[in-house]
Design a protein around this ligand. Structure first.
Ligand SMILES: *Cc1c(COP(=O)(O)O)cnc(C)c1O
Length: 359
């Protein structure tokens, strides 16, 4: 792939953020973006890195009416020795390919994904923050464009990547979150698109999330659509329950997003001697475990926070505390090990960390 680069004159570049500890999530964007178009009969054409700017699409574009949209999320990390690192980016590329197939979209080739991410991040490396816990968040998206209103898969697509420097997720240290167990609204059903990373799943989740936040909870814990009994996942995270040396996480039933952090936690935990079970886990099993003391910890997993300790579950008006709302040793250990791998601080026996350039 021959990427055209449209240079921005130095005096038109944005000023860099001042204090990396004040970076939030997705509030400022870098100077450049990557774009590439799919046209029927031609395939993927015009790979370009140009100025970050509004995109021009027809008001009849399929994405605006029928939600043909998918995205990915990954981070570029600055290692202390100056390497620029990605964490399992080929997994994001593969997942985006699968999401595209589920939504009947032209999939973006896996090698193009890796090449375009690598080229854009290297060009924008001055934006990679170096303070602990910070990173450059990478947001690839694919949308159906075109100009006909009938319900149909688009004949044209736009793939683009934008970048945003993000701050440390846990600014005041590693802190547990309180979850609201949603017993009316659902996120996704088996057979639907819950296992594709598509915006529609988020649109469907916003009302329940807003209501939970109004009640003072950080996020929603979703139950299965059929029985509202089995645990699915949290907002933008998968979930784990710790029973001593055993971890239990819901299996990929079809309605859950197959998280790359989830997969990494499973592989890492097994390598450390934990037993990991991927199987349906009901809300009663969780409450029984809390009551008899066998359930010792719980945490969410996802690219944004990596690992987020869960301190309480609120279900039908009742609050269930986990580990007295404290961070447990298993959560702490898995978090530290994953973060150390991501920032290149420890040996990587798994081959997960990919150097794509130098600062
Ligand atoms: C992206 C996402 C996750 C986490 O996936 P990672 O690959 O670990 O970042 C979990 N649940 C949902 C709904 C998501 O969109």
């Amino acid at each position: 792939m021959q990427i055209t680069i449209e240079r921005i004159p130095d005096n038109e570049l944005k000023p860099l953020y001042q204090d990396p500890s004040q970076l939030g999530f997705g509030k400022i964007f870098t100077d450049y973006m990557f774009t590439m178009y799919y046209q029927k009969g031609k395939g993927w054409v015009e790979p370009k890195i140009g100025k970050y700017r509004p995109i021009n699409i027809d008001p009849a574009a399929v994405v605006l009416h029928y939600s043909q949209e998918i995205f990915e999320g990954l981070k570029a990390y600055a290692a202390e020795d100056g390497r620029i690192l990605l964490f399992r980016p080929e997994e994001n590329a593969k997942r985006m390919y699968e999401s595209a197939e589920r939504l009947c979209m032209a999939p973006f080739p896996i090698d193009y994904f890796l090449e375009s991410v690598t080229a854009l991040v290297n060009l924008e490396k001055r934006w990679i923050p170096r303070a602990p816990g910070t990173a450059l968040y990478i947001r690839p998206s694919l949308i159906g464009t075109g100009d006909a209103l009938g319900v149909h898969p688009a004949s044209e697509y736009l793939f683009f990547i934008i970048l945003t420097p993000v701050g440390a997720y846990f600014k005041e240290g590693f802190k547990p979150i309180s979850l609201y167990v949603e017993d009316y609204y659902i996120r996704a059903a088996v057979g639907g698109v819950g296992n594709a990373k598509t915006g529609g799943n988020y649109a469907a989740s916003l009302l329940a999330a807003a209501k939970a936040q109004e009640k003072g909870f950080s996020q929603v814990l979703w139950l299965d659509a059929r029985e509202k009994r089995f645990i699915e996942e949290v907002g933008a995270m998968n979930i784990f329950f710790v029973f001593g040396k055993k971890l239990v996480t819901p299996d990929l039933s079809g309605s859950i997003l197959p998280g790359i952090t989830r997969k990494s936690v499973i592989e890492l935990a097994r390598s450390l001697g934990y037993t990991v079970e991927e199987r349906p886990i009901s809300i009663e099993e969780v409450f029984d475990g809390i009551k008899d003391g066998s359930l010792t910890e719980s945490f969410g997993s996802g690219t944004a926070a990596v690992i987020s300790p869960v301190g309480s579950l609120n279900f039908k008006g009742e609050n269930h505390l986990i580990n007295d709302f404290k961070v447990g040793p298993v959560t702490e250990e898995l978090y530290t090990r994953l973060v150390n791998l991501q920032y290149g601080k420890t040996e990587d026996p798994f081959g997960w960390v990919k150097e794509i350039g130098r600062l």
